[in-house]
Design a protein around this ligand. Sequence first.
Ligand code: ARG
Length: 474
Amino acid sequence: MTKKHPPPQDQFANKSQAWSARFTEPVSDLVKRYTASVQFDQRMAMQDIAGSLAHAEMLAHVGVITDQDWREIEQGLHRIKDEIASGQFQWSIDLEDVHLNIEKRLVELVGEAGKRLHTGRSRNDQVATDIRLWLREQIDLIGEQLQALRLSLAQQALTHASTIMPGFTHLQVAQPVTFGHHLLAYEQMFGRDSERLADCRRRVNRLPLGAAALAGTTFPIDRQRVAQTLGFEGLCENSLDAVSDRDFAIEFCAASALIMMHISRLSEELVLWMSPRVGFVTLADRFCTGSSIMPQKKNPDVPELARGKTGRVNGHLMALLTLMKAQPLAYNKDNQEDKEGLFDTADTVRDTLTLFADMLGALTVHAQPMRQAAQQGFATATDLADYLVKKGLAFRDAHEIVAHAVLTCEQRNCDLSDLSLAELKAFDDRIEADIHDVLTLEGSVNARNHIGATAPEQVKAAATAIIASLAHKG
Ligand code: ARG
């Protein structure tokens, strides 16, 4: 008597057992909810389909599936794409994740050919591929937004190349600077952020597919072909590493945390500058809200919230680092926890950068209060010391003499520039009539005229060069 094999069971027939016939007991509703990711990973549906298309095309090319199978898979996946785009696709938590949901629908649509799609592949290399495709797109979007923000900053810098404000150290008036120079400091920070993202992109843009579950596959696959179809620059060259490490996502979160750290610094300044006690700038109304009780209030909500959201982005970085820590090779389900934080990081950074580019372009700058503030606090004291050095004094001695002059002014409640030549000469008789040009705010900023310094001439040149290079990139 020949032993009869049971007919192959439809993997998707019993909805609570999406994986195989191996299971004898369904999971509880809570376990289902706890282990499912489709609620959030359906965001990667288009990447999942792109990955499946590339994989199936390659399987047909190397002869693992027939051309007929490939044509049916292709048609089915395109149809699914349309269903998802039009909101008709029925997502089911019973099918755990985006991958199984799409595969099940494909089998429904095209039958046998659909069941062959998963040949030589695992959800482990599939999900790693999807995340990388998704993240690559986000990096490109964020890259463009960083450029827009830098352009906004550089344009304002050009407009305000000669607008004088107090420069601070320890939040005490230090030396006069130009507002344009101050803005270009942020442009530099966001420029480095762009470089960091571009660098991170190179490591994101490598193909894990082909690693299968962990060890590779017995089928004669062509990984280079899939990489080329999907626009990857290279392959993940060890299958165990390919399916398990998420360092590329952590790198992105670290680069994002740095972006938000820079945003939070700028936010802090905007909030401070917008305070009526300072009054350096006004934010356009569309970035502010009022108070439900105090009718006079106009609160700088957008920078305040951006400052606050820096915390959540830092949190996602910590979460991912902790998620990855001490995971043994190769894939572990822990990694499913990588997505929500990663998605939220990209969303937060994108929204923030979009708002900031617009908000800085629409900034109203109040030159008069800035100037007044620069006139207080002896901002030109260093200029007086430098003047004395040029007359032959050692800097430390000059420093001491100026400290005495500042003390006198403080007692008289006046500025250094209010002292007469005779009064100044009493501190050191090398001081001549030309000192009064040195002690003006314009004299002070104009004198710092070298690359990287605050002179209007330098700021104009720097802003112009930045605008030209960004226009060239855009
Ligand atoms: N939803 C899973 C994730 O996000 C996909 C990979 C699951 N693989 C597995 N063997 N359970 O990581």
